[in-house]
Design a protein. Structure first.
Length: 280
């Protein structure tokens, strides 16, 4: 019998360590920018800092799940067969939101171009930079571990709000280096938090439908990518995202409350035993 002592508060320990690792990495990113080092160095360091939650989870893994394999844990998060209907529905919702925001920016802005990228090459580079500097580095810890760990005690909705809040707070250093002040900073933080918590609820609903971490990775990637290629006022963009993603979250709860208010869809006994083996 494995007698290794488990952490009493694994999620709290994960969140704390994630922030402890992230802060010096973020400061290093800032130093690289101030020193004017090549942009590729800045981008690489930005990607590394985004993986702070994965580093934290890997460091704590043996204390959270004594005797278990980290590699097997990660594999199990991707072992369920992807459902095309789930992926397409999630993507279509985000494309609709993107198009609505583009229309609003085009209608209300006087900029020459609605988009920040001017070539396919720049768009492809921006897509993959965002993929490595966000979804791939964050989803294992925040969604694969923390969200599912809290769902053992709370409803998916409450777990999403809790994790969404702390996921948003993890971005706190970015808020205070945005250059915004006063009411603009307050609006930025408010819309940012509403956007992230709402997006987290959407992620949870679709993840619970399919149980494959590819789903939240796609949703996270499209959220970051779409807002990044629209050329508009940052606060306005965050406001539009907050409104539309909150609307999407509410609509999903109304249409399919089972996967948000009460729990995940039923899975077979063997699948349940496999997915819960890390809690024993």
């Amino acid at each position: 019998m494995n007698r290794e002592k488990k952490l009493k508060k694994p999620v709290a320990s994960f969140i704390l360590l994630t922030n402890i690792i992230f802060l010096p990495l973020f400061c290093l990113v800032g130093a690289i920018s101030i020193l004017g080092l090549p942009k590729w160095i800045f981008d690489v360091m930005l990607c590394i800092s985004a993986w702070s939650s994965t580093f934290a989870f890997a460091f704590l893994f043996k204390k959270i799940y004594p005797g278990q394999s980290l590699m097997q844990f990660v594999k199990d998060k991707f072992h369920h067969k992807l459902k095309l209907s789930v992926i397409l529905t999630a993507i279509m919702i985000q494309i609709f939101i993107f198009l609505m925001i583009v229309f609003l920016v085009w209608k209300n802005s006087e900029v020459n171009s609605v988009f920040t990228v001017s070539s396919w090459g720049m768009m492809i580079y921006f897509f993959f930079k965002n993929l490595f500097a966000g979804p791939l580095g964050e989803e294992i810890g925040w969604r694969g571990f923390a969200q599912m760990e809290l769902q053992k005690k709370y409803s998916p909705l409450l777990a999403s709000i809790i994790i969404g809040f702390w996921w948003g707070m993890w971005h706190l250093p970015i808020w205070f280096t945005s250059g915004l002040m006063g009411m603009d900073l307050i609006k930025y933080i408010l819309f940012f938090m509403i956007s992230l918590i709402s997006t987290k609820i959407v992620m949870t609903a679709f993840y619970n439908l399919n149980q494959n971490l590819v789903i939240p990775i796609i949703i996270h990637q499209l959220f970051n990518f779409f807002i990044g290629i629209i050329n508009g006022n940052l606060i306005d963009l965050l406001m539009y995202n907050a409104i539309f993603y909150l609307g999407a979250a509410v609509l999903i709860i109304i249409i399919n409350p089972k996967n948000v208010l009460y729990g995940m869809e039923e899975i077979t006994k063997d699948e349940y035993l496999k997915s819960s083996s890390y809690s024993n």
